[in-house]
Ligand binder design. Sequence first.
Ligand SMILES: C[S@@+](CC[C@H](N)C(=O)[O-])C[C@H]1O[C@@H](n2cnc3c(N)ncnc32)[C@H](O)[C@@H]1O
Length: 240
Amino acid sequence: MKKREEPKEEDEDEIVCLDESFFINDDYELTTFTFGSQVLQLFCLQSASTDFDLTGQLVWPGAIIMNNYLSKNTDMLQGCSIIELGSGVGITGILCRRFCRQILLTDHNDEVLKILNKNIELHATSESPTTCSGLAAEKLEWGNDDHLSQISEQYSGGFDLVLGADIYILDILSFPSNIYLTYFYLNCCKFILAYVSRTKIMDVLVIDEAVKHGMQVNEVQGTRSVVGNHEGVIYEITLP
Ligand SMILES: C[S@@+](CC[C@H](N)C(=O)[O-])C[C@H]1O[C@@H](n2cnc3c(N)ncnc32)[C@H](O)[C@@H]1O
């Protein structure tokens, strides 16, 4: 029988690949959002690509629900040190900065981190609150020990609050486990999750997995609302 020939190096050189940069749209528009009495401007796209997980280039319904909730409850942010998971363009963290002591915005996608840093720069120069000393971004992949230990070293005082808005859309297999492991690692007493219902199985998993990890999940009364055609809610997740 004739033996199959292995591809030679020159053949490999001829394989054409399209990399991520070919698909990237970075035509961001400065957009205004209003949450109660809070008006906030930042750069974002109006639609996103789920290829290469570029979902973070725009503002999601979960962030609208989260920001409406936070803008009505600014007292709970006062003096806090906060970390946000899957920040996208940064609309939640940047709003919190008006009320908290320190906020770290995180994401795993390098392209998303670029627009996140651009929005941070926009607000670092356009606003100078006296309450918040720090607004920064770091790379954080949920459950990644190296990223988490780097952040823990840098922020040795820890965090009072973990925030997450619409942070599970593609990660159906590893969410919510990786997110809960990240919350565990951060050893923080409260996690506020703006959860938007997209699949029935995830509606169940989000609560079951938390309980499995020994956490308590409470739906915050009066936060169930519809944005676009998606229903969402605020969950307060705590470690006993
Ligand atoms: C649907 S977007 C939500 C963005 C923003 N929170 C909002 O509501 O507008 C999900 C975000 O989570 C980030 N993300 C997805 N999987 C992640 C992972 N495994 N680790 C860290 N971030 C992740 C994406 O890059 C994206 O910014």
